[in-house]
Design a protein. Structure first.
Length: 87
């Protein structure tokens, strides 16, 4: 979770750094693999959607923000349909 907070800070200055977006997704995959995701997953996913939206609003051509938003949306839809959380 600390890595997610750090990348939030990083995105305030460098929102187009591909490795930061990839690392953020990797953190999510690690949390899912270690079963660290909890019943608050929908809130965390909502935060991911809000983060990517705010960055995409500032930089509409930010490919990585849009791809991350799409990924988070797909994960949220799967999770809300009652499937097990798979990132």
């Amino acid at each position: 979770m600390e890595d997610l907070s750090f990348s939030n800070i990083l995105f305030t200055k460098h929102p187009k750094v591909a490795s930061a977006w990839h690392h953020r997704r990797w953190v999510w995959e690690e949390m899912a693999g270690l079963e660290l995701l909890t019943s608050h997953n929908h809130l965390l996913l909502q935060e991911e959607l809000e983060l990517s939206r705010s960055i995409a609003d500032l930089y509409p051509k930010n490919y990585y923000a849009w791809i991350h938003r799409y990924w988070a949306f797909c994960v949220k839809v799967d999770y809300s349909e009652g499937e097990e959380m798979q990132v």
